[in-house]
Design a protein around this ligand. Sequence first.
Ligand code: SR1
Ligand code: MG
Length: 389
Amino acid sequence: MSSYEPLTIDSAVTLVKKLGLFAESDAVSANEIGDGNLNYVFHIKGTEKSAIVKQALPYAKVVGESWPLTLERADIENRALRLQGTFAPDYTPKVYYSDKDLAITIMEDLSHLEIARTGLIGGEDYPLIAQHTGEFIARTLYGTSDFAMGPQEKKKLQHTFCNPELCDITEGLVFTDPFFDVETNDFEEGLRADVEKLWNDAELKLHAAQLKRQFLTAGDALLHGDLHTGSIFASSTETKVIDPEFAFYGPFGFDIAHFTANLFMNALSREESRRERLYEHIVTVWNVFTGEFTRLWNENNTEAFAKTEGYLTWLLADIFEQATGFMGLEMIRRTIGLAHVKDLDSIDDEKKRLDAKRHSLSIGAHFVKKRKAYTSADQLVAAVKEAVQ
Ligand code: SR1
Ligand code: MG
């Protein structure tokens, strides 16, 4: 359409009118509402309709222009959204328009919903979020796997979702940096002794290295790649998974691990009497994921060994073990790495905040090291309950 330049409120309005998405005569207003780490997000409101214009910036907004990024991620996000929409239309925002050169995606306005992290911090429970997210993960992962597509078609699709730059962010921020004394880490002084203990934990580092290798080498399915509670819009009846700019072919256990880790961190930020609903969500998302993956496996499977006794059971157990480890890593990095979660950071009382963060670190490290000892979400929940007693 034209060459890249960052949109302003005025140019975003001009663009949606020029594209015919809004009438020239419509009294359209716009606000920049992006609170993520990487992009501009404009909320465009006309008299009868509304839309979201998301634009990638040529640097990481969370750090500034000193961290340059290419604009490729906007195209990845747009294609991932469209593909995820074919497998899980109820849980994916509709895309109206995209432009690779401008690095924009124009999509359905979800402002009648709330970012799940914000709602959960405010005490919302979202009764259907785990059911919906479990279905989303199972359908998008299974649908893009070797089992559903066959290895040839899968490899062709995988080739189009090579995302080295955003994988590099995850490889650094999730899998590497928190385990070394590097500048990007960010933790309060009250945690220094805990963090130094973690840096000197050779056993933990070995397990982190093993999990990092799985992330680097596995190509099971097209992941969302950043499925924390800030990537979900929700209400009591609806759930939409947004922001798949980190999408790439990776290990089956990654998305569910990040969702459950963020639920656990929200639970740690709450008073004990208000944690139960989060624990129920963690058990539900696993049950739904397993049930839906199994249903799809039995319904549509190109693998010759699909009906071989024990194969699916082994695979689901393998995904669970891997996810338990990834979950622990997400809890560690959100506590001491570059990108924190508001759930923990916004606890006003210093002692309670440091206690919650210490639990996040110690539970995270335990799940990384002992992931083979866990075989069900009930056991994970029981371990967390025991740790915080
Ligand atoms: C520089 S980006 C920091 C974090 O924000 C994203 O949402 C990802 O979680 C990434 O690790
Ligand atoms: Mg994001």
